[in-house]
Design a protein around this ligand. Structure first.
Ligand code: PRX
Length: 638
């Protein structure tokens, strides 16, 4: 059985694409009609990219969790909705049916309601990859509270920044999280963050690791006990809040070119419709599919392709608590074998690190259940693509290279598994409804093929971001002002003779480290917090596993108070404390000066070349205030 709007052939793709461009309202109305609405919309799209303002299905009402859960109770109540594989393979796994998911989500929603959390309130979620995280996200959506999930690798400072920016009134967290051999103390990081946050009235605590925690009698709520009591007392409230189509569903913070992360806001209806549409088509949905997306729910991939997309479509989604290399590099393959996974969706960085482990971990693993492979988050190199194709897909599984962003909500450019052609390292063709173009630096449209350009989108799709939380001007400046009238992605792309797109990477000051998006300015701000640091400049450099590594050029006080190695270590500690351990620079070079123009602007292009090792090719240095610094930096390159 296929989904009603599932594209079944290349010919159908071409005609769906054509219709989506020529009659977008008719095209999306038909797709929207397959979802569960409280009130059917009569309007389709109103938009302009100047303000910007985008509204889809504005007068419709719905609740996304009724689409993810209640709708399936009719025909698949007993089907597993979520398989949860724990960090430690010796621990018992969990299988949660759609019926059980309904109960769990409604029970958690009841607890939130009982503590006064209501529609429109912002709730930050800082948890490990446990089923309760899925319940928490869906419980917020159930009652209309706007969830803002914070990746478990962020520091107390980053949590505080996000809580404050969102004005969150509650936090849902765990005592700790297991990740590989580590036990990360989440609650104590939340406690530290809350010292500076005045808006938070309640902290809901799920106990996962048993690590001791400090309990604040006024704010803290034992989530597990309250859920148990509600279930046993038969007091679950099953009602879902009726949400307007354009009400915000969630905020997700992401890095841009400035030092401060932006709260990307997604709406209820448009997000649901587009992510589900893309899920069904890109991965070529089958009702019995077991879908394993290896992302963390702290990032957009986990929101759209562990939770909302697969659950709206009604498949079985697999949530994995651990990491690919623990207890050994065969972990993903064990999981695929154990659950007979059909769709595996992961990041190039994971593929590269598993590739490094060789084929030994694949021995005696039955991967024959796999039908579709996917990649996301960063450009995939040819070598990794072929390794994935040969060793994991055994050359029988189409690989979808899915390009998209936190801001786009769902996949925008990708081949459709087995339906449209693949080309290694190419995301290939746009999804129906998506109109990508390339422009040059002056914003002029590039019409020919076999060219590079700046990737923009010229027409709204339903899950485009609506604003950046609390600061619409920032949304406008960031995405809609560089090339007026267009959504600018921040990515560069090459378009080949077939019109296939190959994403070449960011053209702004955003790094992509192991698929994690990090602003260079954020890392610089963090480094500059170190008392000995006068100034710093951060650039990316090619890294075999991470895709990009972080290279920091740092000027310290003349009178160094510490040894150089200690300074390097302290800078690492500072970055871990301000952002999180994943943003630690791979290389720190102490320098006496930075290459600056006469107006004081750092010439990053030169630093990038040095970091890459292209020492003879740093380009023109004549406009620099002091060209001599370049030679000094080259000499000290690490
Ligand atoms: O540079 C692109 C890269 O990841 C960026 C978006 O990062 P984030 O918002 O964290 O979302 C990641 C997961 C959707 C993009 O601007 N990117 C994403 N997918 C690809 C990619 N680069 C190349 N190929 C992809 N398939």
């Amino acid at each position: 059985m296929s989904f009603p709007f599932q594209i079944q052939s290349y010919k159908e793709y071409v005609s769906a694409y054509k219709k989506s461009v020529e009659e977008p309202d008719t095209f999306w109305n038909e797709i929207a009609s397959h979802f569960l609405w409280r009130k059917q919309p009569t309007k389709t799209l109103q938009w302009n990219f100047i303000e910007p303002s985008v509204k889809w299905f504005e007068d419709g009402e719905l609740n996304i969790t009724e689409n993810c859960i209640d709708r399936h109770l009719v025909d698949k109540a007993d089907q597993t909705a979520i398989i949860w594989e724990p960090n430690d393979p010796a621990e018992k796994n969990r299988k949660i049916s759609y019926q059980e998911l309904h109960i769990e989500v409604c029970a958690m929603a009841t607890v939130l309601r009982n503590h006064g959390i209501k529609k429109g309130d912002r709730v930050c979620i800082y948890m490990g990859m446990v089923p309760e995280l899925a319940f928490a996200v869906l419980a917020c959506a159930r009652i209309g509270a706007i969830h803002s999930v914070i990746f478990g690798g962020f520091s107390a400072q980053s949590i505080a920044d996000r809580i404050q920016d969102a004005g969150a009134s509650a936090v849902i967290t765990c005592d700790g999280a297991f990740r590989g051999g580590k036990d990360i103390p989440l609650k104590s990081l939340v406690d530290e963050a809350l010292i500076h946050c005045t808006t938070v009235k309640k902290v809901f605590l799920h106990q996962r690791t048993g690590i001791p925690v400090v309990i604040n009698e006024i704010t803290d709520v034992f989530l597990d006990t309250e859920i148990k009591n509600i279930k046993e007392g038969g007091h679950i409230i099953y009602d879902a809040e009726a949400m307007k189509a354009e009400d915000p569903l969630f905020i997700l913070y992401t890095s841009g070119s400035t030092g401060k992360p932006k709260g990307v806001v997604h709406s209820c209806a448009g997000y649901m419709i587009y992510t589900t549409y893309a899920f069904v088509n890109v991965f070529q949905y089958q009702p019995d599919h077991i879908h394993f997306c290896t992302a963390d729910i702290g990032w957009v991939t986990g929101h759209s392709y562990i939770l909302y997309g697969p659950l709206c479509a009604g498949v079985t989604t697999l949530m994995f608590e651990g990491i690919p290399t623990w207890p050994d590099a065969g972990r993903f393959w064990n999981i695929v074998d154990k659950y007979k996974v059909n769709v595996l969706y992961t990041a190039p960085t994971a593929i590269r690190s598993l590739m490094l482990a060789g084929t030994e971990p694949l021995k005696n693993k039955d991967l024959s259940s796999l039908k579709v492979l996917g990649t996301v988050g960063e450009p995939i190199n040819e070598e990794a693509w072929h390794w994935y194709d040969e060793n994991i897909g055994k050359k029988k599984c189409p690989i979808v290279d899915t390009w998209w962003q936190t801001e786009t909500g769902g996949v925008l450019i990708s081949n459709l598994a087995g339906i449209t052609p693949a080309r290694p390292t190419y995301a290939t063709l746009p999804m129906p409804g998506v109109q990508p173009i390339l422009v040059n630096d002056q914003g002029e449209l590039i019409e020919e093929n076999n060219v590079n350009g700046n990737l923009c989108i010229r027409f709204p799709w339903p899950s485009i971001l609506r604003t950046t939380y609390g600061d619409h001007e920032r949304c406008k400046q960031n995405y809609f002002s560089t090339y007026p009238g267009l959504y600018f992605t921040g990515d560069g792309a090459f378009r080949d003779e077939n019109g296939f797109y190959r994403i070449t990477g960011r053209v702004d000051d955003v790094l992509n480290v192991s698929g994690h998006r990090i602003g260079t300015a954020e890392v610089e701000n963090a480094i500059n917090m170190h008392p000995d640091v006068v100034e710093s400049a951060v650039v990316g450099f090619p890294h075999d596993i991470k895709g990009q590594g972080i290279y920091a050029f740092v000027i310290c006080d003349n009178e160094l108070s510490e040894e150089l190695d200690t300074i390097r270590k302290n800078i690492h500690d500072t970055v871990s404390k301000i952002i999180g351990p994943f943003a630690k620079p791979d290389k720190i070079q102490l320098v006496k000066g930075l290459p600056k123009t006469r107006s004081g602007k750092i010439m990053r292009r030169i630093l990038r070349k040095i970091a890459e090792g292209a020492l003879d090719n740093v380009g023109d240095t004549t406009t620099l205030l002091d060209p001599g610094v370049v030679e000094e930096i080259k000499k000290g390159r690490i």
